[in-house]
Write a protein of this length. Structure first.
Length: 340
C-alpha cells in the first residue's frame, strides 16, 4: 500500500480514499489550497491523518510563499482551519506548526526546511504513537475475541498502523486470534470500503455487516468487545466519533459488552469540558441521497447528514491512549496526562 500521505519533492502525495477499494490512485498537491480541498472532500480522512495533512499543507504554503511568507501565513492557516470542524487533531496540528513558524520566522534559519521537517516529524510520531497505544490496548483483548468496529480507525485514518485497528493489529502480533466485525458505516462507507480492505490485506479475519445488524449480533453473543477511534474527546471523557458510534455504545452497554475508544492524546481537547461543546460537522445531503452519483432517494428529499455523534463517557469502558489506558474516572486520568 502506498503511504496514506507523503512529502516528496515539495509536493504532498495522498492516496485517494474516495476511490478505494476499486482503485489505488495518488493525488499530487502542489499548493496548500489543494491540500485544504482534499481534506474537505475526504481524499484523506480520519482525525490523525487530517492533522498530518494540515501540517504538510502549512509546510507547502510556506515553501511556495517565499519572501511573502509573513503576509501569507495567516491565510494559509485560516484556509486549512476552515476545512472540517470536528476532528481536533486538525487544530492541534495547525497550532503546532504556527508555534514553530513563530519561533523561527525572524531567526535567519531556513524556515521552509524547518516547517517541512516538523510536518514530517508529526507524520513519523503518529505511527509511533499508534504502535504504543496499540500495544497498551492489546492487553484488553483475549485470544479468540470477536471485535466490532465502526468506521475506519485504521492505517488509512492515520499516518500508519491505526488506532482502533492498531489495537487489533497489536493483539494479533501478540499471537492472539482476533476476528473483526466491520460496520459498513453509512453514508460514506468507511467500514465497507476501507476497514475491510486494509484488514484483508493484513490477513486479519473480517466480516462486513450493515450498521443495523450490530444489535442482533450482540444479542446472539458473537461480539466480545467493541473498539472505535475518536475525532475529539472532551476532558470528561465524552467522545465524538463517526455517526452511529453512539448507537453501538448504547447497544454494547445493554448487552454487557466492553466499549473501548482508542485515540492519541492529540485527540483530547483540553479546551472542552464535555461533549455538548464539540462542533459536529454536517455534510452535503447528496452523500445520503446518492451513492457514487447513483440516486437512491428523491433528489429534493430533505436530508439530515451529521458526520459525527457524541458518546457520553458513562458508556465508555476505557480510553486507550499512548500514555495509558484510562478507566473509571476518565476526567482525572485524561487531565493528568494532558498536564503531565
Ligand atoms: O469522516 P471521517 O472518515 O474523517 O471520520 C473518521 C472517524 O470518525 C474515525 O473513527 C476517527 O477519525 C478516528 S481515526 C483514527
Amino acid at each position: 500500500m502506498h503511504p496514506v500521505i507523503e512529502w516528496k519533492d515539495n509536493q504532498v502525495l495522498m492516496l485517494d480514499q474516495r476511490l478505494l477499494p476499486l482503485e489505488e490512485k495518488l493525488v499530487v498537491h502542489r499548493h496548500y489550497s489543494e491540500v485544504a480541498d482534499s481534506i474537505r472532500r475526504m481524499v484523506i480522512r480520519g482525525a490523525p491523518a487530517i492533522g498530518v495533512a494540515a501540517a504538510m499543507g502549512v509546510a507547502l504554503g510556506v515553501v511556495n510563499a517565499g519572501r511573502d511568507v509573513d503576509s501569507q501565513f495567516p491565510r494559509i492557516i485560516d484556509t486549512l482551519t476552515a476545512t472540517r470542524p470536528t476532528a481536533v487533531n486538525l487544530f492541534w496540528a495547525l497550532e503546532r506548526m504556527r508555534k514553530v513558524f513563530d519561533a523561527h520566522r525572524n531567526s535567519g534559519d531556513d524556515l521552509a526546511a524547518i516547517m517541512i521537517r516538523e510536518a514530517q516529524a508529526m507524520d513519523r510520531e503518529d505511527v509511533a504513537t499508534n504502535r504504543r497505544l496499540g500495544a497498551l490496548g492489546a492487553h484488553l483483548l483475549k485470544d479468540g475475541d470477536r471485535v466490532l468496529t465502526h468506521c475506519n480507525a485504521g492505517a488509512l485514518a492515520t499516518a500508519g498502523y491505526g488506532t482502533a485497528l492498531g489495537v487489533i493489529r497489536a493483539a494479533v502480533e501478540q499471537g492472539k486470534q482476533i476476528s473483526v466485525w466491520a460496520d459498513e458505516t453509512r453514508p460514506f462507507l468507511q467500514g465497507a470500503r476501507l476497514t475491510t480492505w486494509e484488514l484483508m490485506r493484513d490477513g486479519i479475519a473480517v466480516t462486513l455487516i450493515t450498521d443495523s445488524m450490530a444489535g442482533s449480533l450482540m444479542r446472539k453473543g458473537v461480539i466480545d468487545a467493541v473498539i472505535v477511534g475518536a475525532d475529539r474527546i472532551a476532558r470528561n471523557g465524552d467522545v465524538a466519533n463517526k455517526i452511529g458510534t453512539y448507537s453501538v455504545a448504547v447497544l454494547a452497554r445493554h448487552h454487557g459488552i466492553p466499549f473501548y475508544v482508542a485515540a492519541p492524546m492529540s485527540t483530547v481537547d483540553p479546551q472542552i469540558s464535555n461533549g455538548d461543546e464539540i462542533p459536529i460537522e454536517e455534510r452535503d445531503p447528496d452523500e445520503v441521497r446518492t451513492f457514487r452519483q447513483i440516486r437512491v432517494a428523491n433528489t429534493d428529499v430533505p436530508v439530515f447528514n451529521p458526520a459525527f455523534d457524541v458518546t457520553p463517557h458513562e458508556l465508555v469502558s476505557a480510553i486507550i491512549t499512548e500514555k495509558g489506558v484510562a478507566r473509571g474516572d476518565l476526567y482525572t486520568a485524561l487531565g493528568g496526562w494532558l498536564t503531565g
